[in-house]
Write a protein that binds this ligand. Structure first.
Ligand code: NAI
Ligand code: MG
Length: 366
């Protein structure tokens, strides 16, 4: 079958790293085991320059009609002064909101070739492969009231509100259980039920949802203890499911277990379509548009290419192809090939396009 993808390169290094995904796409199309039909459009500052909006309605229609959106990165100093509601990030936010992408997946994988470069002991992270599932559209970042009031006595009062409803917890829990089934079959749910009502409900709803997943192991952990365990012995985890705030912090911590921003992919998933069972989805590197290195051919395309591998796995059900692409990335690193961001002192470095070409060479060799 043919998979419909929307490519949104965006700004800065977004366009450079998307070129490397296009090479991989062309490779798979030529190989013939999977066919991709791609559309491409503007997002972020590039869309603002062309249309005065960070994403056009036409691009949103393409996103709605696609099996997956492959997103580069947006932003840059050029657009620092543009009005708030059309700033580059507004394109990303509209995609998340209109596609209702409530589940953010951030894998933390330690490639053996880079294990020595981590600040942690090799045995703590070598072979690490965990997945953090963060709730993305609820919780304290969105709850009302959200305000700062002037108390008039030289004091102010700031309020953020953590709100979760049953359905929001239930659907993210099910994403985590479904994913665990395709992995090592374990979910760790993290909240703070000892001090937060939303944590009590979280714990309760995750436990209820688990009744439909007898084959998956469920463990509950307080989020602060979870943070400690994540650094102490991360290999104890398989899938971690947690709320928006804790997930924001824990996924950044997990990311740094394994190294550079240029290596970190992510996925955001929506609810399954009742008719087809397919989820809306967007795949993007964790990093931004890196204006400091944009246009210099220095960007590491691996986070972007690994994000595309996640699209193969989760939106296209092309598991063999996803495995193959991830193996090609690992093999490239095993050969000692390094972009500047992952090089250690004395290493020779290669460019964005050379890294893309090296991954294609490994695909040919595998
Ligand atoms: P950034 O992630 O763009 O860059 C942080 C540092 O990491 C820079 O030194 C950069 O050169 C390096 N870096 C990032 N990705 C790399 C890669 N693939 N290869 C090699 N080095 C890489 O974050 P920063 O500098 O805070 O933000 C720059 C712009 O990106 C801003 O306009 C920001 O708003 C935007 N941004 C966009 C995001 C998105 O599109 N999802 C996410 C984060 C920031
Ligand atoms: Mg963060």
């Amino acid at each position: 079958s043919t998979h419909k993808l929307l490519l949104l390169p965006g700004d800065g290094i977004g366009t450079e790293i998307m070129q490397e995904v296009k090479k991989v796409l062309a490779w798979f199309n030529a190989r013939g085991t999977a066919q991709f039909e791609t559309e491409e459009d503007l997002v972020g500052g590039a869309a603002y320059d062309a249309h005065g909006a960070a994403i056009s309605d036409a691009a949103m229609d393409l996103a709605q009609a696609s099996d997956a959106v492959i997103f580069g990165a947006v932003g840059g100093p050029k657009w620092d002064g543009v009005p708030y509601d059309v700033r580059p990030e507004a394109g990303l936010l509209r995609l998340r909101k209109d596609l209702q992408l409530f589940a953010n997946l951030r894998p933390a994988i330690c490639y053996p070739a880079l294990a020595g470069a981590s600040s942690l002991k090799r045995d703590v992270i070598e072979g690490l492969d965990i997945l953090i599932v963060r709730e993305l559209t609820g919780g304290v970042y969105f709850g009302e009231p959200k305000e700062v009031t002037d108390l008039g006595n030289g004091q102010k009062r700031a309020v953020d509100t953590q709100v979760y409803e049953t359905y929001e917890i239930d659907r993210i829990a099910r994403v985590a259980f479904d994913l665990a089934r395709t992995r090592r079959g374990k979910v760790t749910s993290m909240e703070k039920r000892n001090v937060m009502k939303s944590g009590v409900l979280w714990n309760e709803v995750v436990t209820q949802a688990h009744a439909d997943y007898a084959d998956v192991e469920l463990e509950h952990m307080l989020a602060d203890a979870g943070g400690m365990q994540l650094v102490r012995w991360p290999k104890q985890f398989d899938v971690i499911v947690t709320d928006n705030l804790f997930g924001d912090m824990l996924s950044d911590v997990a990311a740094m277990l394994t190294g550079s921003l240029g290596m970190l992919p992510s996925a955001s998933l929506g609810a399954p379509d009742p008719a087809t069972g397919k989820r809306k989805a967007m795949y993007e590197p964790v990093h931004g548009s890196a204006p400091d290195i944009a246009g210099q051919g220095k960007a590491n395309p691996i986070a972007m290419i690994a994000s595309f591998a996640m699209a193969l796995r989760y939106s296209c059900e092309l598991i063999t192809e996803a495995d193959l692409l991830e193996k090609a990335i690992a093999a490239t690193l095993d050969k000692g090939l390094r972009t500047a961001d992952i090089a250690e002192a004395g290493d020779a470095t290669i460019s964005t396009t050379q890294m893309g070409d090296a991954i294609i060479a490994e695909l040919n060799a595998l």
